[in-house]
Design a binder for this molecule. Structure first.
Ligand code: 3SL
Length: 241
């Protein structure tokens, strides 16, 4: 039987062998929710980079550049990290370079995988349907917050484990832990999330509408997939089926 594993923080990813595996990177609040939204709204590609300097360099080369640190847009960049920024019609067909505190770091640290895909609640069923069809082992890589574990990404990982229950063996205890957490939270996800440290951080920044948006299920059917070092909309030829 195939295996599913969960990495709760990018600081732990070195402990995982990603070779031959499909990695689902998740940063519910808000990086991977932004990426899913942007690609669904016609952005051509998104290049995740770890540092502000790399992102600025790409801005000089003609990319639209998005940068966030500590929840705030960084001065001098075109976009911040709100999913609503990524709905702008003007971005259709554009190439975006993006750096965020945790999400883009998790992506850049997943590059050894057979395939890296971008998960969020917004494309939850699309991700699950894809994972059910492929033959590969799966790792859900949670972006967390500055190396620490967070609630929203762990709950997402638990929801994925739950949806694939019975079809995959657990590679270690992490999938069991997030599954139990998810089963506990299932009936009142909003309360669980609202009490999370990052939700509180975002509330202080008055971005409650981003929070509510990122918790919506199945708004989109697309899956952003890493092709080389750019995220693009997954096409049939990208599917490992
Ligand atoms: O850390 C990240 O990647 C961001 O998603 C954090 S924030 O939601 O923009 O604060």
């Amino acid at each position: 039987m195939r295996k599913i594993d969960v990495c709760l923080s990018p600081d732990l990813i070195e402990l995982y062998n990603l070779s031959g595996k499909v990695v689902v990177v998740v940063d519910i609040l808000r990086a991977t929710s932004c990426m899913t939204t942007g690609i669904a709204h016609g952005v051509n590609s998104i290049k995740p980079v770890a540092t502000l300097a790399e992102c600025q360099e790409l801005q000089f080369k003609g990319y639209t550049a998005a940068a966030e640190r500590n929840g705030k847009k960084v001065d001098g960049f075109d976009l911040g990290n709100s999913p609503f920024d990524y709905m702008d019609e003007e971005l259709r067909g554009k190439d975006i370079a993006v750096t965020t505190t945790n999400g883009t770091l998790a992506i850049t640290k997943s590059m050894d995988a057979e395939q890296v895909i971008i998960g969020s609640f917004l494309n939850f069923s699309a991700i699950i349907n894809y994972l059910k069809r492929i033959k590969h082992d799966v790792v859900v890589h949670c972006a967390g917050w500055k190396g620490k574990v967070n609630m929203e990404d762990s709950l997402y990982a638990g929801a994925v484990v739950d949806a694939l229950n019975g079809q995959m063996d657990y590679a270690c205890d992490a999938p069991k832990i997030v599954h139990s957490l998810y089963l506990q939270a299932k009936g009142n996800m909003l309360d669980f999330m609202q009490n999370s440290s990052h939700a509180k951080r975002l509330t202080k920044l008055s971005i409650q509408r981003d929070f509510e948006y990122c918790l919506k299920f199945d708004e989109f059917k697309n899956i952003p997939v890493l092709k080389g070092d750019h995220l693009m909309k997954m096409g049939i030829s990208d599917m490992l089926i």
